[in-house]
Design a protein around this ligand. Structure first.
Ligand code: CMC
Length: 383
């Protein structure tokens, strides 16, 4: 019998080594670059290259990388046909956009000539293809949900601008493109979070990259992980629904006290590693707040409500917002439908997942921990 003690939820356990990312109380670093530096100075395409290839791109490398991504944006016809059904699956059946995206990635694997090849060069080709294709999946799916014709990718637009364009049919303003781009930079990588760990476990069996990404999407969907950006916005909408839109501090406080009494987890707050705040949250909050100012009173009031909730959590519980809290308010301000917030997280985190899958395949050992057995003592079937 295994009797060793264990950490519930593997808290504090060092489960591997990586060169890709370091998450600490005081810093978040992608391959040596601090997140605030990247958010201020690097585009999402530059960060994607850094994560996938391993170094900051030269301008020639960046130009070639962007051209490759643009060339890979279109989807095979079987995936397009599936996405034509996605509006019905979401509107009339039981699917949500994260499920559609998971299935689309799975179908993409059947049509990728490199699918069964786990060599580094094949994995890099597949990573770039998925990075380019995921915004098209999201765009077509949103078009289908709204009963509209599919919008073709626009080769003149950056990754972030094209993502917004394909969902809405309008080219975003430079300000909206910037906010989306920074959010993708912030979401790109976060060491052994649950979805990345899932991807590493799958690739550790020598499972293929698309399979590992499919599993990672399923893990990211949950509200305790990436699904929190949608859940955070839904929670703010619930508060508004319950107390009205006048942001009365007394009513907000009463709502929060009831949530505490009910032992309710407030979505977009808390973190397994960051106990004094998530470095990404204030960066996105600042950008989202600016976008709200430009959009007008209703959006400013949403941020003011969020700030009240945040202050009460910090003052009374010493629990801080994670990146998903400002993300919810920011994407709402940008007019993005709530059920697409977590798929957009995927459009970014695909870079981190793919980097980890390549790192796992390059230096593999099966990931297979033990578990402490707490079931019945040995007994006989015929007793
Ligand atoms: N609301 C209310 N109380 C909380 C919250 C919260 N959001 N987060 C933690 N706590 C309390 C928790 O109840 C516990 O209290 P007590 O010791 O009295 O039982 C204490 O703080 C420690 O929490 P924990 O549940 O042991 O923390 P954890 O490390 O197991 O969980 C977490 C981390 C992120 C799952 C959790 O904070 C949570 O459920 N947050 C809400 C969901 C969320 O925002 N997830 C996004 C995570 S970060 C970004 C990402 O992955 O996308």
């Amino acid at each position: 019998m295994t009797t060793a003690t264990h950490a519930k939820g593997l808290e504090g356990v060092i489960a591997g080594e990586t060169e890709i990312c370091n998450v600490e109380q005081t810093s978040l670093v992608y391959r040596g670059y601090e997140i605030a530096d990247l958010a201020a100075n690097a585009s999402f395409e530059e960060v994607a290259f850094l994560l996938l290839v391993g170094h900051k791109p030269s301008s020639d490398e960046l130009g070639a990388f962007k051209a490759e991504l643009i060339a890979e944006r279109a989807l095979p016809s079987a995936v397009v046909e599936f996405l034509k059904t996605s509006g019905n699956l979401v509107n009339n059946e039981y699917a949500v956009p994260m499920d559609i995206l998971r299935t689309a990635v799975s179908i993409l694997s059947h049509l990728d000539a490199d699918c069964q090849d786990n060599a580094g060069d094949a994995n890099l080709r597949k990573s770039k293809r998925l990075l380019a294709q995921i915004p098209t999946v999201i765009g077509h799916m949103q078009n289908s949900i709204e009963g509209k014709d599919f919008i073709a990718p626009n080769a003149n637009l950056s990754h972030s601008a094209n993502l917004l364009y394909m969902m809405t049919g309008s080219e975003p303003t430079p300000e909206a493109e910037k906010v989306m781009d920074v959010s993708l930079v912030l979401y790109a990588e976060h060491d052994y979070n649950a979805s990345t760990f899932t991807a590493r476990v799958i690739s550790g069996t020598l499972g293929d990259l698309h399979g590992a990404v499919t599993g990672a999407i399923a893990a990211l969907k949950g509200k305790l992980h990436g699904g929190a950006n949608e859940a955070a916005m839904e929670m703010l909408a619930d508060i508004r629904n319950d107390i009205g839109s006048d942001n009365d501090l007394g009513k907000v406080t009463d709502w929060m006290h009831q949530a505490f009494a009910d032992k309710r987890k407030l979505m977009g707050f808390g973190h397994r590693v960051y106990k004094n705040g998530d470095h990404r949250a204030p960066i996105l909050h600042g950008l989202g707040r600016k976008a709200a100012q430009a959009r007008g009173e209703d959006f400013i009031k949403l941020f003011e409500l969020g700030e009240m909730v945040q202050k009460i959590m910090e003052d009374e519980k010493k629990i801080y917002p994670n990146v998903d809290f400002p993300c919810g308010m920011t994407y709402f301000t940008m007019g993005i439908p709530v059920p697409q917030y977590t798929p957009i997280f995927v459009a970014s985190r695909i870079t981190g997942w793919a980097a980890h899958i390549m790192e796992q395949h390059a230096n593999n050992r099966l990931i297979r921990p033990r578990v402490a057995y707490i079931g019945p003592a040995p007994r006989n079937w015929n007793d």
